[in-house]
Write a protein that binds this ligand. Structure first.
Ligand code: ATP
Ligand code: MG
Ligand code: MG
Length: 549
């Protein structure tokens, strides 16, 4: 496994090992199973697993499943699959819900120490009493309940004697603290909801801010890496670890989120795109989810390299999507076989080529990686070319086919356009061309030059194929958008489907096989839509980019 570049988190770990504060490094990746993982999560995965790996430490995969209303086993399974696919192995697999008993006991301990109380205020009242950045909060009238009363009420909460929202358990800290997170935060709430792991055992659930430090401490996590929005939560994180008398004392370290241009990343928005059927699922190739990117044709190597090249800092950063495309091109350059595919077919008949004759031409599988060897491609009197490679009335500097012009067919011969066949509506439906036997590719012909080289597929053996070309799902995506309005920016052209042809040797292709189609870019065989009768190719990325590292 490749290693982490140096960064400020790694520096902290080095110091902690040198000073003897820790003997080993222990990290965790803690997703909430309320959606599929996206490319932003890959940053957290690569940091947590990569850093531990650098020090021969360990990493847990822990499902932060303390909010049962939004969570589901489907998400648990997809997250496991995605972490593995990215190339990482967890040392332990845990569920936060496995610790519900221990969390409950720690909450009882807080009550016994006079550091937690049951509050009857409503959610709205609690918000009102909390105060603002400039104004201190005020105490709840229930704040001074006796320890005995609190113990009794908390147990009744647990036993299901109250309805949702009737009572909460709050930490008793300081309603005047300049840090609003310390103004008696709620640590347990009532939710009569079945949990995917614990079923109906519990009707009270710990709040994230209380549960997370306990989970980390229970597992002996040394460095708890999280995104920057939790910075103001750190004092409460430390308060929980200390006041709950946890043996192990994890250190929370925050880093900036990874965002991509033209990409919505929040799970809430991705979920909306799925539920309102703007896409065909969480793994739609247009989605920035790990499963969507896998289906589109990105490789784990390209995602890992990309993420490692993005800085680890305290600031959220937006990275150009083209940088990701750059790395997948780099990765596929030597791996992907070259082939020819026609996305928008136009029939060409080569009138002076013998009828019924088929010849097999030699072509390199990958000129940039000669070790991949050669392939055979059939050639005959009938071929398909791209509609775009012909113009009846071309502008200046158009070097492809037009009446009277000669071009090179890649790996084959020069052909010259002699006649244009049209249907009743005047659409061009066929070209009639002649070829010159002397010009065969590889024969060393130097008699004359042509300016254009186009690709083609022999018509009688061509394999029908569907091509799916993509544009960004959201044009002009702005994370600042008000709730919902990002849907106004859904790009109506984000998916374009074409029916064309590929070389006959492509027939054996399997889902996830990747190719570079000459002039069209890199494609992946789609695992969902491909059938025995029909190959479906997703374009991962086109060949050219203006992006430079
Ligand atoms: P979202 O806001 O997209 O729903 P989340 O933070 O709620 O994401 P979690 O399941 O809690 O999702 O995320 C698991 C881990 O991944 C957390 O530690 C979180 O901080 C980290 N993470 C999530 N999004 C990003 C991102 N864009 N960049 C870096 N890390 C991220
Ligand atoms: Mg979260
Ligand atoms: Mg979230």
């Amino acid at each position: 496994m490749d290693n982490q570049n140096s960064n400020f988190i790694k520096d902290i770990m080095i110091k902690d090992l040198e000073s003897g504060k820790h003997e080993t490094i222990m990290t965790r990746f803690p997703p909430e199973p309320n959606g599929y993982l996206h490319i932003g999560h890959a940053k957290s995965i690569i940091l947590n697993f990569g850093l531990a790996d650098d020090f021969n430490g360990k990493t847990n995969l822990r499902f932060d499943d303390t909010n049962p209303a939004k969570e589901d086993i489907e998400f648990v399974n997809s997250i496991k699959e995605d972490v593995k696919w990215l190339g990482f192995e967890w040392d332990n697999l845990f569920f936060a819900s496995d610790y519900f008993d221990e969390m409950y006991n720690r909450a009882v301990l807080l009550i016994k120490k006079g550091l937690a109380y049951v509050d009857d205020l409503s959610a709205d009242e609690i918000r009102e009493y909390r105060g603002t950045l400039t104004e201190p909060g005020k105490n709840s009238p229930y704040r001074d309940r006796s320890i005995e009363e609190n113990l009794d009420l908390f147990e009744k909460m647990r036993n299901g004697e109250f309805g949702n929202g009737e009572k909460v358990l709050r930490a008793k800290i300081d309603m005047a603290s300049p840090n609003i997170n310390l103004r008696d935060p709620v640590i347990y709430r009532i939710a009569h909801v079945t949990h995917h792991n614990t079923g109906d055992k519990w009707c009270i659930y710990p709040m994230y801010a209380f549960a997370h430090p306990l989970e980390d401490a229970i597992e002996g996590i040394t460095h708890s890496i999280c995104t920057i929005e939790f910075e103001d939560q750190r004092p409460f994180y430390n308060w929980v670890v200390e006041q709950c008398e946890m043996k192990s004392q994890p250190q929370q370290i925050e880093f900036g989120r990874l965002n991509l241009t033209n990409t919505v990343m929040s799970k809430r928005k991705l979920k909306q795109l799925v539920e309102e059927e703007f896409v065909d699922g969480w793994d739609d190739p247009r989605m920035p989810t790990i499963s969507g990117m896998r289906r589109r044709g990105f490789t784990p190597e390209s995602i890992r390299t990309f993420v490692r090249e993005t800085a680890v800092s305290k600031n959220n950063a937006t990275v150009d999507f083209e940088m990701l495309e750059h790395f997948v091109r780099e990765d596929l350059k030597l791996k992907a076989p070259r082939t020819m595919g026609i996305i928008n077919p136009l029939k060409v008949v080569i009138t002076n080529y013998p009828e019924g004759q088929i010849e097999l031409l030699d072509a390199e599988i990958n000129p940039e990686n000669p070790e991949m060897g050669m392939r055979k491609i059939p050639f005959s009197r009938e071929i398909y070319i791209e509609q775009d490679d012909f113009m009846e009335n071309p502008p200046k500097k158009y070097f492809r086919l037009f009446p009277g012009n000669e071009v090179r067919l890649k790996h084959a011969y020069f052909i010259k356009c002699e006649e244009v066949v049209k249907d009743a509506d005047g659409n061009v439906v066929e070209l009639r061309c002649t070829y010159d036997q002397e010009t065969k590719s590889g024969s060393g012909f130097t008699g004359r030059k042509v300016k254009g080289t186009i690709h083609w597929v022999e018509a009688t053996h061509a394999v029908p194929a569907e091509f799916r070309l993509y544009e960004p799902l959201i044009s002009d995506a702005s994370e600042e958008d008000e709730e919902g309005t990002f849907l106004d920016h859904v790009n109506p052209n984000s998916l374009q489907i074409f029916q064309g042809f590929v070389e006959p040797n492509m027939k054996e292709s399997r889902p996830y096989d990747k190719f570079q189609f000459f002039r069209h870019g890199y494609f992946n065989v789609d695992p969902k839509h491909t059938t025995v009768d029909k190959l479906v190719f997703n374009r991962v990325v086109s060949l050219k980019s203006s992006f430079k590292l």
